[in-house]
Design a protein. Structure first.
Length: 222
């Protein structure tokens, strides 16, 4: 897979251009599946109107509403109750997965329960994460971001990339997400960690990591 891990979605031209480059064709020729699952685990964004806004392309993240050739919904909580033949072929032929923010550990739990986590490494698909949708790819998230608690406890995420992400850096609605807080958070990480604002994304292609930004960010190395 290729990853475009964002804090605030497709929020500027640089991130938009990076997405088009990863797709290798225009957005209008690309098929997308959106995954709203993380929203249900977070009290600020779901369930309810925010989930509808994301799915319908009426949200501020500019992910679903970019003008895709087609957009479908992949609800991870439903997948364990249907056969894999109903959804795996659909995912395999999709150009891009658009994964909403919300609660990273709730999303991680349902990625595993649904079987999507096992499928992801074999896909030739672009994965676009928003906030928790990006954080879930890291090895872990640390206590700072733990909200919903998984049945097994802990803060372990999927580990499909070898770095962690502190999103929404210096966001006006999240006064606790300061650079000093990010530095303290990163000190507890075993590997590299990025603090990124909503104008920044991290692109991962063939294992190569590139920061795409019109904002500010910082890399913390162990």
């Amino acid at each position: 897979m290729e990853f475009l891990l964002t804090s605030g979605g497709i929020s500027n031209k640089s991130i938009h251009d990076a997405l088009v480059g990863m797709l290798g064709k225009p957005i209008s020729d690309s098929n997308a599946l959106c995954i709203p699952t993380a929203m249900y685990g977070h009290p600020w964004v779901g369930p309810g109107v925010k989930a509808w806004e994301f799915i319908s392309g009426n949200s501020e993240d500019h992910m679903v509403g970019l003008g895709w050739k087609s957009v479908g919904v992949l609800e991870l909580t439903a997948l364990p109750s249907i056969g894999e033949d109903r959804w795996v072929p659909l995912v395999q032929k999709t150009d891009v997965l658009l994964v909403a923010g919300g609660d990273a550990l709730y999303l991680c739990h349902w990625m595993r329960q649904s079987g999507l986590a096992d499928l992801l490494p074999s896909l030739h698909t672009v994965y676009v994460g928003l906030s928790a949708g990006s954080m879930v790819m890291a090895p872990n998230i640390l206590e700072f971001f733990v909200g919903w608690t998984p049945p097994t406890g802990g803060d372990e995420a999927l580990g499909l990339v070898d770095f962690a992400i502190f999103p929404h850096l210096d966001h006006e609605m999240l006064p606790e997400n300061t650079m000093s807080a990010a530095e303290r958070w990163a000190a507890g990480m075993q590997g590299p960690a990025y603090a990124i604002d909503d104008q920044t994304a991290i692109k991962v292609t063939d294992g190569a990591v590139e920061v795409v930004t019109e904002g500010h960010w910082k890399l913390y190395s162990p």
